[in-house]
Every structure is written in C-alpha cells, then in structure tokens.
Design a binder for this molecule. Structure first.
Ligand SMILES: [Zn+2]
Length: 342
C-alpha cells in the first residue's frame, strides 16, 4: 500500500466513523490481518470474511445463528438467565459495572446464546459463544446455560453443536467460573457415553484457556475455522517456560490439524453445508438413545445402601479370596440376624 492510499484510507475512516461511539453503528472496518478497509454492510453479506485475503473476522452470536439455522426455526433456551457478582469483584472497575456495560452494548445477558433450530431441516441443539461480551469469558451463566442445553439435548435426543469463541474462564467469578469446566464435562459425559449422541465442537478465533481445557476439546468431532487462534496458555508464557522459540503458525487451526488435535478445517462459506452433511451421515446411527439418562450408582442409592456397598467392596478387596467373602457377607446380610439392621 502506497503512503498516499494509506492517508486516503485514514481520512475515510476518520470521516465515516466520526462521532459513532457504538461499534455496531460504524460503516467501515479494517481487516485484522491484511489491513484492507472493508464496508461493513458488504462484509456482513460475506459472513465477515475479508474480500482481500480471506481472513475470517469475528462474527457475533446472532450473525452466526442467522447464517447457520434455517430461517424462522430458532427457539432460544434460558434467555433470561443473567449473571450476578458472587465475589463483589473489583479491578479498575466494578464487575457489576462491566456486566451492565457489556449487556447494554451487546443486547445479550451473558456471553452465550443457546437454543434449538433446524439445519437443512435437521433438528439440533446449538450454543454460540459471543466474544463481544467480555471476551466470551465463561462465567457461571455461560456454564449453566451450556449444561441446561446439553441436558435438554440428552432428553430430546438432539445432536449438539457448540461454537466456541472465548478467552477462557471469567476471572471476575474466580472458582465459580472454574467449576463450570467440570460441570459441563460431566453433562457431556452423560450425553456422549450414556445417550450415545453426537457432539460437534466448532472452534473459532480465539478459543483459549478454560474453554479449550474443557468442552471445546471434548467434541466427538472437532472442527475449526481457518487460521483460528486455538490454545490454552498464551504463546509468550509457553516460550518463557520452555525457553525456546515456537513456530510461526503455532496455535493456529492449521498447526493443530497437522498435530492431530482437529478433525477438519472448514471455511465459513461451507460451514452450514459441511455440518448438514456430517449430521446426515450420523442420523441413522444405531445406538442413539434419548430421555432421562439414569445414573445407577447415584440415583438408586440412599446413604444406607451406599454404606452397604462400600463395606462389601472393602471386605472383598481386603481378602485374597474375595468371591467367598462376598457370598458369605451376602448370606449374612440376608440372614434374619441382620434383617432388622437394614
Ligand atoms: Zn484481509
């Protein structure tokens, strides 16, 4: 780019964005990668892919739903779930103020939209994270909404798609945000292993921290957008820890695909078609179940029977001939001497 055209670009941007405080009202933006100035209306029509270099700019959650789900079929879930401030956290600003500001700017309650809809007439459960809301950070509301979505999908036998765009756990909620990682993983375990349903995880730029360390990497199929930043810790932290220079494309989707962490990289323009074809492959899978999934060791046990089981396991593992002891205890338990105790 010549200096003259650069000056002209600057003038255009200044003039067109003058007095437009709200980011959504701007007419022009700049490609994060090649710096080309892009007219936002046309950029949106092109699903926010740069016309010049093909770079995938960030999309908000509503645009994603609009581009993926068949028109008129979106049914949101738990729309009104909103965050509170359990730690009364404050850094340069109060957490409550940050939340209010993000809610007003984005029109969202928190950093995710969940719901159900159709992709080419196939019903799915979909969760879309929104990076514009506090960097897509995962607080307790994000975790709760994902878990409720997973449980809904388990009950209804729906295919689950989660679109990740997040800086990780939300530090303002401390341990409450970290526990969401385990909570979501537990819900997904039932969904995948007990109901045998399909979970597709789509990683967009950036997917980092606690999200990468939990549900983003638990997909039966893990897809990503081209050139997306995907990692756990930041590049600088790793370089300093390992004391070595990392490759240029480290933590990009292409690097992860080469190293076996991803199944496929899909450009945004083919995403709906690719998802629809993948789901079609799966729709006749024989072992799928739906409905409430029973958790036998939890639901059926009260404290008393749990203690009985614990003792049985303890006695049998202490003895070299456990099966004999096992049956002896069983006989004892069933004998009249013990009947009154249990
Ligand atoms: Zn570009």
């Amino acid at each position: 780019m010549s200096i003259l055209s650069w000056i002209e670009d600057q003038r255009k941007i200044k003039m067109l964005n003058y007095n437009k405080v709200n980011k959504d009202d701007r007419l022009w933006t700049r490609c994060d990668k090649c710096g080309t100035i892009l007219y936002i209306k046309h950029l949106k029509e092109n699903q926010r892919v740069c016309f010049s270099c093909g770079y995938h700019l960030q999309m908000n959650s509503r645009e994603r739903i609009q581009s993926l789900i068949d028109a008129g079929s979106w049914q949101p879930l738990n729309e009104t779930l909103s965050p509170c401030d359990p730690l009364t956290f404050k850094d340069q600003k109060l957490y409550k103020e940050r939340l209010k500001e993000a809610q007003e700017r984005t029109g969202l309650q928190d950093a995710i939209l969940t719901g159900t809809g159709l992709i080419d007439d196939i019903p799915i459960a979909l969760g879309v994270m929104d990076f514009n809301f506090m960097g897509g950070s995962m607080g307790s509301v994000v975790g709760e909404k994902i878990v409720r979505l997973v449980e809904y999908a388990t009950k209804e036998g729906l295919i689950l798609i989660l679109i990740c765009a997040s800086g990780g756990a939300r530090m303002q909620e401390g341990i409450f945000s970290l526990m969401q990682m385990a909570k979501i993983s537990a819900a997904l375990k039932l969904y995948q292993s007990s109901a045998n349903l399909l979970y597709i995880s789509l990683l967009t730029s950036p997917t980092t921290g606690g999200v990468t360390a939990s549900f983003a990497m638990l997909g039966d199929l893990i897809f990503a957008e081209p050139n997306a930043l995907i990692g756990f810790a930041g590049r600088r932290v790793i370089e300093q820890t390992l004391q070595e220079k990392l490759p240029e494309n480290f933590q990009t989707s292409e690097y992860l695909l080469d190293h076996g962490l991803l199944d496929l990289i899909i450009p945004r323009s083919f995403l709906k078609q690719a998802l629809s074809e993948t789901i079609n492959f799966y729709k006749d899978a024989p072992y799928r179940k739906k409905g409430s999934i029973s958790t036998p060791m939890i639901n059926s046990l009260n404290l008393l029977t749990e203690e009985k089981v614990r003792r049985l396991i303890k006695f049998s593992s202490d003895s070299p001939n456990s099966s004999v002891i096992d049956s002896k205890i069983q006989q004892k338990l069933q004998s009249s001497d013990f009947k009154n105790f249990y």
